[in-house]
Design a protein around this ligand. Structure first.
Ligand code: CUA
Length: 329
């Protein structure tokens, strides 16, 4: 019906394929209600005034039956109820029947946030999707009942612990839309506000998903899916294992243990100074090992430089692996 009005006054923009029909149904119900409200209220006032008690008037005996009026007031509302049912049923089916080719994103709601999981293993706390693609959310909750609501899409569904629920939408255009939890779930319920980002550039969308998966893209084998930490583990086995340990109690006679030191810790160097053990230190130790010997290894000198052999991306993988064995993200 009046979608421009509904978009501007009752709701936000109509940003999904089902939004216009949801608004249409809503407006249909509102205007029917407004019409009958007016007929009944003003009719009552008018009749009360017209048949008010006048001097000398006698009460009219109540009519007991009027077939014509009774048929009218049964058939017209009957038709309206059937129309409301049919309209509502159609919109409900549009909202509930997920298109077969839908792109699936898993949703895990928790106190107090969202975890969106994509097919490539990536995760994010904002929902990223492609414009013009039906998206199916397979949703559950880690703890209590939450409810995912994107007002601009006119669609909402509970996320229930211990079971899966589904919700789908298709956003025809690129844009950003707020996403809320709409089930009161505890003190930080209101912090569950995030957003849906609708992309129209497939390359930008793919890049985003790669970022979420923190995927290590091997130039020789771009389809292989590994995280940086997994690649770091392989590099460790190839290049570091013979001297550096990776667990508690490892032999440290040749080189410092990768286990037992965390990002941000201090490291004593052989020249008596201290440095912060961080990404820069690790990168420098890989590319330029002779420049910063750890205290106690001044005579080691055996570690070759991996500059030119291990690119920045591989160094990133080593850093991810070292963080992982020390329980850091
Ligand atoms: Cu989650 Cu409210």
């Amino acid at each position: 019906m009046n979608s421009a009005l509904s978009a501007n006054i009752w709701f936000g923009p109509q940003a999904s394929t089902v939004a216009p029909s949801v608004d249409g149904l809503y407006n249909f119900l509102v205007w029917i209600s407004a019409f009958f409200f007016a007929v009944i209220v003003f009719g009552t006032i008018y009749l009360a005034w017209k048949y008010r008690e006048r001097e000398g008037s006698k009460p009219t005996p109540s009519p007991s039956h009027n077939t014509k009026i009774e048929v009218i007031w049964s058939v017209i509302p009957g038709i309206l109820c059937a129309a409301i049912f049919w309209y509502g049923f159609e919109v409900y089916m549009d909202l509930k029947v997920v298109p077969r080719n839908a792109y699936t994103v898993e949703v895990e709601a928790y106190k107090w946030g969202w975890n969106f999981k994509y097919a490539n293993g990536g995760q994010s706390n904002e929902l990223h999707v492609m414009a013009g693609t039906p998206v199916k959310l397979v949703m559950t909750s880690k703890d209590v009942i939450h409810s995912l609501w994107v007002p601009d899409f006119r669609t909402k569904q509970d996320c229930v612990p211990g079971r899966y629920s589904e919700l789908w939408f298709e956003a025809p255009e690129a844009g950003e839309h707020p996403l809320f939890c709409t089930e009161y779930c505890g003190k930080d319920h209101s912090n569950m506000k995030t957003k849906v980002v609708v992309h129209d550039d497939p390359a930008a969308f793919a890049k985003k998903l790669r970022e979420f998966a923190d995927l290590f893209i091997d130039p020789d084998n771009p389809d292989q899916r590994r995280t940086h930490a997994q690649v770091g583990e392989i590099l460790y086995g190839r290049n570091c294992k013979s001297c550096h340990g990776n667990a508690a109690g490892a032999d440290v006679s040749l080189a410092p243990n990768f286990y037992g030191i965390r990002m941000g810790d201090k490291r004593k160097l052989s020249d008596g100074t201290e440095v912060v053990y961080d990404e820069n230190y690790i990168q420098n130790s890989i590319w330029n090992p002779g420049s910063q010997y750890a205290a106690g290894y001044e005579n080691a000198g055996a570690m070759p430089s991996f500059q030119g052999q291990l690119s920045a991306e591989y160094v990133k993988a080593m850093i991810a692996y070292i963080k992982q064995i020390n329980g850091q993200q």
